[in-house]
Design a protein around this ligand. Structure first.
Ligand code: G4P
Length: 532
């Protein structure tokens, strides 16, 4: 198969949801439905695949890291699905945002009793920014749910996303009976099976016009279903593939991940509609170019770095999303900055296929072990002439001054914080005046994780104290002189990030607004896309 054909059968997606909506449960059940695992937690390994799998498991063990859960690859009916995992805790949402830059499609999981929750909204906005098409999975139908039409209205109103249900549920909670497949005009029955584990595979179906359907359902549930179907047909648009791919419409599937209901239907929806690897915007020698999955040379970008938790090694794994070409093990790739890397031990994340450890295609993600040469946002290509756009850094929402208990070790601490900053989860700022180390993170939990990691990996005791600033904004200006003047005048409120990019450090958002008003030529941005 040509590399273009291989790329065309890749479907790379991520799941977005508010904590507790059921992302983990759905992930596991998608892997079950796709045949990637046989029972909860058990990875199906056969023949050659077993060797491949144990290879990288050994690498994981040797390096003391766990990367396998970050990407899960499985084949389902001629398609290769790459499911990108996104960290669940909201403090790590920046990582999640970046992972979305590597996805071509997202599954938005909603709790049927709660609808859109704050984290769903935030993540949705990132998808919208990138026009990532979204499939909606309304989960936990086996519990009391909001009215289906109200849930769809909420999606429509709050996300400005047209909803096209592909299925329509019959009641919820104790009375949940299943859902109508609106395309095939068949009712899919929810089997309760109390006390038994859910059955993996297809649920029984009854044709919509089969008289036994009515007999099979409780009278009220049947009436609710028929009324709901009429309402859906009258009020909601039909699914339109183009509108979906443009990010304007979401197909909706209902289900219960926990009871493995609707999961096969979700997988089929992805199979039918999820797009193959998208074209990617990039620059080549300063000129904008579009990289196509079918292009001949290999290219990709790093969207995540996972550091080694083993204090004896400083190795990291960079997650490289391939965008074009056929990657072969042992290849040498170059960053746009001229760094060259031979990739001899790429980590692959699949359970099933054979031989794939040797090659990878657009849409795939490989793990590149390195000693810190690679950074989030780096682009790699055969000629080192491609720089992808759009892997953002987000302004941290919390700033703290870092101090080491033993003042003799300040230099060591700076090294440690720089190194952690390079992973991209936290930021390190250097104020223009003084020698403070200002660390930014999107959540409190990250500071706690840092304290532990700095202790374990660098043997240093770090303390995070309140900083004189609370807000950081990246600065840019078309006229370098204006920016220089501004920085000169604002020495006490400015600094640089890890890449020496200028930042404005302010007490609060009001200060930022004021400075912005006074300096209209300067852009104060909450995200920074890696410089070309
Ligand atoms: P998350 O990754 O999005 O945070 O959610 P997760 O899958 O961990 O699910 C959160 C809770 O919701 C879990 O219950 C899980 O069992 C439950 N859940 C997920 N899908 C469904 C569903 O379709 N129906 C019902 N009724 N529950 C569902 P928990 O009590 O927090 O954990 P556990 O003790 O069950 O593991």
């Amino acid at each position: 198969m040509s590399h273009a054909a291989e790329a065309a059968r890749r479907r790379t997606f991520a799941i977005i949801s508010h904590p507790d909506a059921g992302k983990t449960t759905l992930t596991e059940n998608l892997l079950l439905a796709g045949g990637a695992i046989r029972a909860a937690g058990e990875v199906a390994a056969r023949g050659e695949a077993r060797r491949t799998r144990s290879d990288w498991m050994k690498i994981e063990r040797d390096r003391g890291i766990s990367v396998s859960a970050s990407v899960m690859t499985f084949e389902f009916q001629d398609l290769v699905f790459n499911l990108l995992d996104t960290p669940g805790h909201e403090d790590f949402s920046e990582d999640t945002y970046r992972t979305l830059t590597a996805a071509d499609c997202a599954v938005m999981v909603l709790d049927a009793a709660k609808g859109i929750e704050p984290q769903t909204l935030k993540l949705f906005e990132v998808c919208r920014l990138r026009d990532i098409p979204i499939v909606t999975f309304i989960n936990k139908m086996d519990r009391e749910a909001l009215e289906p039409i109200d849930l769809l209205d909420e999606v429509q109103d709050r996300l400005q996303l047209d909803t096209a249900p592909l299925y329509w549920p019959a009641a919820s909670g104790q009375r949940f009976a299943g859902m109508m497949d609106l395309t095939k005009k068949e009712f899919i029955q929810f089997e309760r099976r109390p006390g038994e584990p859910p059955k993996i595979g297809d649920a029984p179906r009854i044709a919509a016009d089969d008289a036994t359907l009515k007999a099979n359902l409780d009278g009220h549930v049947y009436t609710e279903l028929t009324e709901g179907l009429e309402m859906a047909a009258g009020l909601l648009p039909e699914f339109d593939q183009e509108s979906f791919l443009a990010g304007h419409m979401t197909p909706v599937v209902y289900g219960s991940a926990l009871r493995h209901f609707g999961v096969a239907e979700l997988l089929r929806t992805l199979q039918l509609y999820a797009p193959p690897p998208r074209d990617q915007k990039a620059e080549r020698k300063g000129e904008p170019v579009t990289i196509h999955a079918a292009d001949n040379t290999v290219s990709g970008f790093v969207f995540k770095i996972q550091a080694n938790m083993d204090p004896n090694h400083r190795d990291r794994v960079a997650f490289l999303r391939l965008c074009s070409g056929e990657f072969r093990r042992g290849m040498r790739l170059k960053t746009a900055g001229g760094k060259q890397l031979g990739i001899h031990n790429p980590l692959m994340f699949l359970a099933q296929d054979r031989g794939i450890a040797e090659t990878a295609y657009a849409g795939d993600v490989i793990g590149v072990p390195n000693h810190g040469q690679l950074r989030v946002g780096d682009s790699l290509s055969e000629n080192g002439d491609i720089q992808f756009a759009g892997i953002p850094n987000f302004a941290p929402e919390l700033l703290r001054r870092a101090r080491v208990k033993d003042p003799m070790k300040a230099k060591h601490l700076r090294k440690a914080l720089e190194s952690l900053g390079e992973e991209g989860v936290t930021q390190l700022f250097k104020p223009t005046i003084g020698s403070d180390m200002i660390v930014g993170a999107v959540g409190q939990l990250q500071f706690e994780v840092m304290i532990e990691r700095v202790a374990a990996e660098y043997n240093l005791e770090v303390v995070f104290e309140p900083a004189p600033y609370n807000v950081a904004r990246w600065l840019s200006c078309d006229d370098p002189k204006i920016l220089e003047d501004f920085l000169e005048r604002n020495k006490s409120a400015s600094g640089t990030d890890l890449d020496d990019a200028p930042v404005y450090l302010a007490k609060n958002a009001w200060d930022v607004g004021y400075a912005q008003e006074k300096n209209p030529e300067i852009r104060f941005t909450a995200t920074k896309e890696r410089a070309i």
